[in-house]
Structure formats: structure tokens, C-alpha cells
Write a protein of this length. Structure first.
Length: 296
């Protein structure tokens, strides 16, 4: 925690709001790819820590600020939907919307600092994204934490109109996606040298969302890739990684239907998946479960 850090978070939040939540996160993905390339080549992990997981982290300008800014813009009648994470706010010609992004950049920075105080117990960036979005929901939304269920709809089996990502919401789709992304990301975690492989699958998945931004039905899978890689690295097992990938796919859909699908602002299902799945992996490692159940 520092004054410079707070100022940078404020500036990053303004920029993130101007760009928009999803475009800002896509940039995170490409920055992660660059950082992994640097680390794999022996350049160390400073770039990863300072830029895509620091000043432009998802908890600051790289996503959370855009979520809060569009929620605020919707409350003020300056944007149609408070859940529209694709839209950049620069075009609104309202500096107050951008300033809200800056404020939430600081919020994310402070939250991450607080959550990291106990040590390595979870993915503090993902948890900060979730808590920041919850604050934005109560500050600018009207539907409460769990949203408002529509007439004739079931919370955990919504129609396509209310699905988070309709083309990956069915159980078999989730199973196959979790299997494939989990195996791939776990393999990268175990084989890419100098530790960069743990976030490489996450970076690829995040960067692939550039196609979603322009309307292609690609999967949202960074919440599958990262827990799978973390579990694989902790256990030394691609199978453990695969299992975490499959579990994370289903947890992501659960989080979407619990907090996002029925709300009037965005509470991010991937971030809401990454932090508990990371905590679960840390618990399994701490209690020696990975060693007791060695899966090849």
C-alpha cells in the first residue's frame, strides 16, 4: 500500500472505465501472454506482477473499474444496461462516469491489499473483483445481491434469454469444456519452464475473449484454466488439474445463476469461481491430500 499505488489505481480505473470492462480484461490477457514470454525466456516475473496483475490488474483498471462505471452510468440514465461489460464509457462524454471508474480502481487496490494481508490463502485479485462488483451492485443497482428472478424462470435452469453464456450453459457442454481447457492449462502449468505456465492458460483464455467482444460464440474459460493450472502445479498431476477444470466449469455456471443472471449489474462469475477454487487447492495442498491421492 502506497500513495503512488493509490494514484496509479485511480488512473488505471479511469482508463479502464473509458475502455470498458471486457476490452480492458482482454488487454490483461495479452499482457499476461507477454509476461509469460518474458518469464519463460529467463527475464523474471516482474512484468507480470507490475502490469497485468498489478497496475492493470482485473481488480483495478483491467476489469472492475469498467463494471462499476457502467453500473453507475445505467443508474444515471446514461447507458441502457448496467450489465453491459462490452461497452466503453468514453463515448458517454460524462467525466463523472470515468471518475467512478477511478474510485473503484482505488477500491480494488485497497481490497486486494487487505485480502493479501493473511498470506497465500486465495486468489486475492479474483476476490477483490467480486467484492468490488458487490459494492457496485448495492451502490448503483436495485436488484440486491442475488438479483430478481423473472416470472416463469428457474434460477438454476434459466432460458437462453437469461443465461450468462448460453452456448456453454448445458451440463454436457460444461463437462467437455472443463475437460478440454483443464487438461490443456494443466499441461502448460507442468511443462512451461520458469513458472510462467501457471498463468499461460489463463492468458490465452482471456485474450481469446477478443472474439466474444466482436460477437463470435467463443467460450468464457479463464475461470477454468487458472484453477486447473494452480491445482496441477500444486499436485504435479495433470489429472488433478483436469478435475479442477471440470469442477470450475460447473462452479462458474452456478455462480452465474446465483449472482449475475438475475441482477441489473455485473457480478463476475469467473472471478467468483477462481477465488474459492484456488482456496480449495491451497487447502488440499496444506492437508496433504494431493500426496495422499497421487493422480498421474
Amino acid at each position: 500500500m502506497s500513495i503512488i499505488g493509490l494514484l496509479v489505481a485511480f488512473g488505471g480505473g479511469i482508463f479502464g472505465a473509458a475502455v470498458g470492462a471486457l476490452p480492458a480484461f482482454i488487454i490483461v490477457g495479452f499482457l499476461v501472454l507477454a509476461g509469460v514470454a518474458i518469464q519463460t525466456a529467463g527475464g523474471g516475473g516482474d512484468f507480470l506482477g507490475i502490469v497485468p496483475f498489478g497496475a492493470w490488474g482485473p481488480h483495478v483498471g483491467g476489469f472492475a473499474a469498467g463494471v462499476a462505471a457502467v453500473a453507475y452510468a445505467s443508474k444515471r440514465g446514461k447507458h441502457e444496461s448496467g450489465r453491459d461489460i462490452l461497452a466503453g464509457m468514453m463515448g458517454k462524454d460524462n467525466p463523472d462516469v470515468l471518475l467512478v471508474g477511478g474510485i473503484f480502481g482505488i477500491v480494488g487496490y485497497v481490497l486486494n491489499w487487505l485480502f493479501a494481508l493473511p498470506g497465500a490463502w486465495t486468489d486475492t485479485i479474483a476476490l477483490s473483483v467480486v467484492v468490488s462488483a458487490i459494492i457496485a451492485r448495492f451502490a448503483f443497482g436495485k436488484t440486491g445481491l442475488l438479483g430478481e428472478l423473472k416470472d416463469g424462470e428457474a434460477r438454476y435452469s434459466p432460458s437462453a434469454a437469461y443465461c450468462w453464456v448460453p452456448w456453454q450453459s448445458k451440463p454436457l457442454q460444461l463437462l467437455v469444456l472443463g475437460l478440454g481447457v483443464g487438461l490443456f492449462s494443466a499441461y502448460l502449468a507442468l511443462t512451461v519452464p520458469n513458472g510462467g505456465g501457471v498463468v499461460l492458460g489463463f492468458g490465452i483464455a482471456a485474450a481469446s475473449l477478443v472474439f466474444l467482444q466482436f460477437g463470435t460464440q467463443v467460450p468464457v474459460s479463464h475461470h477454468i484454466a487458472l484453477p486447473a493450472a494452480v491445482a496441477a502445479a500444486a499436485s504435479g498431476s495433470i489429472v488433478w488439474g483436469m478435475l479442477f477444470g471440470i469442477m470450475s466449469a460447473f462452479v462458474g455456471e452456478f455462480m452465474a445463476n446465483t449472482f449475475c443472471a438475475w441482477g441489473d449489474t455485473h457480478i463476475d462469475p469467473p472471478a467468483a469461481t477462481i477465488w474459492p477454487m484456488t482456496s480449495l487447492s491451497i487447502l488440499l495442498a496444506t492437508f496433504g491430500i494431493y500426496q495422499l491421492v497421487p493422480l498421474f
